[in-house]
Every structure is written in structure tokens, then in C-alpha cells.
Design a protein around this ligand. Sequence first.
Ligand code: NDP
Length: 357
Amino acid sequence: PEKTSKPKNYRVILKSRPGANETPKEENFSVVCCPYPDDELEEETVLVKSLYISVDPAMRCRMNEDTGVHYIHPWNLGQCVEGFGGVGKVEKSNSKRFQEGDIVTMGLNWMWQTYFVSEAAALEKVDRTVVGDHVSLVLSCFGLTGLTALLGIWVKGHIKPSCNQTVVVSGAAGATGSLAGQIAKIEGCKQVVGICGSDEKCHFLLKELSFDVSVNYKTESVEERLKKTCPDGIDVYFDNVGGELSDTVIKQMAENSHIILCGQISQYNQDVPYPPPISPEITKILQERKITRERFLVLNYPEMYEEALKQLVEWLRSGKLKVKETVEHGLENTPRAFISMMNGGNIGKQLVCVSVP
Ligand code: NDP
């Protein structure tokens, strides 16, 4: 009888935890062979092949024994790591909702594995009329990343075109920041200032996106640059990083201004609760200048996703919004891509291409 060889299957597992206040390393992960799921599929399940995997800062918290937040759980040692999102292709289906060849996605809990079986109910079909062959757009724009940037601004930004506002974005060349800065401009801000960690990123913000000013926080004085470029103070701060950098920005914020407290990546290796505590000096500034600083979590606004996605699609189609991706190839390089992103190796959204669609 003819022998058909089964596809090889691999997964990424968590081998060890970095430990309190430690930087995660590639060695904390391991890539192992695992069985190809070729048993009969149970009803309402689907066999999926990973095409693209998203690596996200929040996964750093899942490496700890306690994530410090209610909406994500720690990864277990030795088990397949699951990230925030991915895009895949249906290899086999036992659900009327999906057919072989469909491109599918899942907002949360995508396994870092080449082939896996998923409940059909957890998957969503990707609308090819929107993304065409560029299926990773679902992760770099039309998913949590784009929703975070847009809804952060809509819900907490208080942007009014008549007010000639100046907005500052930290983590500005990253997935969320690069979209947030562009959206702030589209929504009517007068000036958009991006803070990021390399000259290449600064150049990208000015030349490829519509940022007015870019600051390399690793080589320039953020304080001096902000004083010069925002003499009337900062009206909106889209905060992706927290820590000292954000303290410097907050000290130059105007009265009645707004902080979009999106993320605090500079503190994710510290064993502190989320959001990390702020100093008495910064607390006093927030109170005296009546600056709003409410925590923003994209998962709290599902009722706004449809409208937001429609808006993102329209802006992308009209060329108003540009999306940048940094792509690593091969499932085995997912840990490297994650560590690289945590260390600023990405421009735009960091993705892993596991297989070509
Ligand atoms: P990014 O694509 O922005 O990648 C992370 C970037 O953070 C790196 O490229 C690096 O850029 C920067 N960074 C890393 N360490 C530091 C540091 N110590 N100080 C300053 N910058 C640093 O990731 P995402 O767009 O996925 O996430 C951005 C933020 O948004 C994160 O804080 C994340 O947790 C948050 N987030 C929040 C959500 C919500 O619902 N509130 C949902 C999704 C994400 P550089 O070279 O500039 O240092």
C-alpha cells in the first residue's frame, strides 16, 4: 500500500520563567515536535494550519507565575504557548461554517503551533474582499492592534479638530503607536510628535507616516525636544511605554489634557502590578493640571469593534492610513521575534510567517 507521509508538526513551549524583574530570553522557550492532529475531527471542530502569528508585549506577563491582570492567565511550563492572535488556513473542517482553504483568525489564544485543532466557534472567517492576499493585515491593522489605536483615541483621547491639539505618542514606531499617531492626525490634531528608539524609526515616522516631529529617546533629550516643539504644552499623550519617559512627557502636559493609558512596556519586566504605580510628583501634576489618565483596555469595547473596523478599512483603502509590518520567518523563530519586539527590533507590527498562504 502507498504510504502517505504526514506533515511535520511543531509547537513552541515555555521551558522556564524569566523570574521576577528579569529580562525574557529565547532560552525560556523551546520548539518541539508534536503529533500531527490527523484523528477524525469531532463535530464543530476545524484543523487549522498557522500562516501568521502575532507576538505581543502582554505575553511577557504570561511568562510570570501571576500575570497581574484578570484577562490573561499565566502560561504553564511545558505547554504550548498561545498568543494574542494569528491567521491560518483551514486544512480540514467538521463544521458547516468553514470549508477547506478558508482563511481564519481568532482574536485571542492562537497556539504557537504549525497545525492545531480548534473549536469552530472560536474562529472567524477572514473577509478576503477586505484584505485580498495580504492576510496578515488582520493582525497588523484589522484586529486588536488597529482597534487599540483607534478606540484608545476615540474613547480616551478627547480630540477636537477646532482645538489645534498637539499629541505625543510613545512607542511611536511600533504596531499600535504607528497607527495611533496617524489616526490622531486624521482625526484633526495639529501636531503629532512620535517618541521611539532609533534614528531609522524616527526617519520612518517623518518620511513614511505623517508625523510632524520624531524624537529618539535613546540619543536625544526628550525634555529639551518637547520643550522646543510643544511650547504650549501637550494636549494628548498616547502612552505605550510608561516609566521615566512618560514622566518626562507628563511634566510638559497642558492643563485639562488627556493621557491614553494604553500600555507600559518599559515596566513589563518589573514585578509590579498593572498599571505600575506613579510617583507622588507625577500624581500631583495630574491633579493640579486636571489631566485625565484612565486605564484603557481594548477588550472592554466589543460593541465598538464593527464601527472601528469599518473606519480602519476605509482609511487604509483611501491611502490615509499606512500599515507597516516586520516579519520573521518560521515557527521556530517565534520566540526570537517576541524577544526582538520586546527590545525594539520591530518597525510596525512584529509578525511571524509560519507558512505561505
Ligand atoms: P510594539 O509594536 O509597539 O512593540 C513594542 C515596542 O516597545 C518596541 O518596538 C520598542 O520600541 C518599545 N519599547 C520596548 N521597551 C521599551 C522601553 N523600556 N522604553 C520605551 N520603549 C520601549 O508593540 P504593540 O504595539 O503591540 O504594543 C504597544 C503597547 O500597547 C504595549 O505597551 C502594549 O502592552 C499595549 N497594548 C495595549 C492594549 C490595550 O488594550 N490597552 C492592547 C494591545 C497593546 P523602541 O525602539 O521605540 O524602544
